[in-house]
Design a protein around this ligand. Sequence first.
Ligand code: FMN
Length: 353
Amino acid sequence: MIETELCETLGMKYPIMQAAMGPYDTMDLAIAVTNAGGFGNVSHPAPSEEMMADLLAGRNLQAVFDNVKEKMGDALSKVKKEADGHFGLNLRVAPEQPEVPGLLDMIIEMRESDPELKDKLVLIITSAGDPAQPHLQKIKQAGMTWFHNVPSVYHARKAEQAGVDGLIATGYEAGGHVTFFPVHTMVLVPEVVKAVNVPVVGGGGICDGKGLVAALAFGTVGIYMGTRFIATQESEFSRKSKETIITGAERFGKENATLVTQGFFGPLRHMRNKFSEELARLKDGGASEVEMLKFEIKGSQLAFGPTEDIENGALWCGQVAIRLDDIPTAAEVIEGIMSEAEETLKELSDSYL
Ligand SMILES: Cc1cc2nc3c(=O)[nH]c(=O)nc-3n(C[C@H](O)[C@H](O)[C@H](O)COP(=O)(O)O)c2cc1C
C-alpha cells in the first residue's frame, strides 16, 4: 500500500486530501472523504445571503463576522460528530477577510474546550494571503499542523520562512482562485519541492491514480483535489452543477471548457458559460470593482441556490473537468485512485526496470 509521510503527519490511511472550496459548504464532502481514508477539509464560509448586503454596504460588520464564526462553528461540530478520523479547515487570510483573527481565536477556543474536536481537527490550511501575519502563529501554538497553499516558488519560500509545517502547491489548471502567473502543476510542483525543506502536497488538475503517481514522482507527499471531489455523490454542490462539470466540455470543445476571469476576486477559473463569458466582457469593458463584485456574488448564489441556474451562475472548476465523466462516491474516487496508482507503479516497473 502507498503510504507517505503525509499519512503519518495528518493521521490518515491514504495520501489524498480534499481541497477546501469556500465559500461553498464542504462538510458532507469532508465527512465522506475522511471516512473513506482520505483527509477532508471544512471550507471558509461566506456570510449568509442577508448578511452579504451588509458586507457590501460596509455596515453591521461585527454581525457579519459573527455570522461567519457561527457558520464555521456549526460546520466543525457537524464534521466532528460524523467523521471517523482526522480533518482540517481552510482560512483565506487575504486583507479582504478581516474576520480571520477573531475566527481563528474562536476555532482554537472551541478546540480547547472540546477534547473530541481537539483530537480530530488537526490541520489549518491558510491561503490567498500573507502567511507571515503574526496572529497565524497561534495555529502552531495551539498544537495544530499548519499548511499554506501556494501558487509559486516565491510564495513557497515566504511560507516556509513564516514557519508553516507543509505546503500545498497548486498549478494554474486548478479550479477557483489561480494566480496572475500561469504556471501549471507539471512545472510548479517539482520546483516548489526543490525550493523548500517542508513536505509539499501537489494540486491542480489531478483526478486519478496516474496523477498521484506523477505527484509522488515529483517529490510530493500526496495530492489535493477540488474539482474531482465536487463531482461526487456526497458533495454539497448542486446536482446540476455536478452534471455540468462532467458534461460541460462537450459544449465548447474540451480545451475550451473552462475560462479564467479577472473579476473583483482576482483571477478565477470557471466552467465556461454565460456567466463567466459576461464577467470577462465586464472586465474588458472597464466595469467598476463594485459592479463586478455584485455580478460575481449573484452568480455564486444562482449556481448553487434553489434555481440551480448553471448558465447564469458561477461554476468554479478546474481544467480537469474535461477528464471527468462520472459522479461516484468519495470512497469510490479514493479507492479507485489508490488501486490505479499501485497498478501504474507496477506497470512502470515491469516495463522499464
Ligand atoms: C468551487 C471552488 C472553490 C474554491 N475555494 C477555495 C477557497 O475558499 N480557498 C482556497 O484556498 N482554495 C479554494 N479553491 C481551490 C482549491 O482549494 C484547490 O486548490 C483546487 O480545487 C485544486 O485544483 P483542482 O480543482 O484541479 O483539483 C476552490 C476551488 C473550487 C473549484
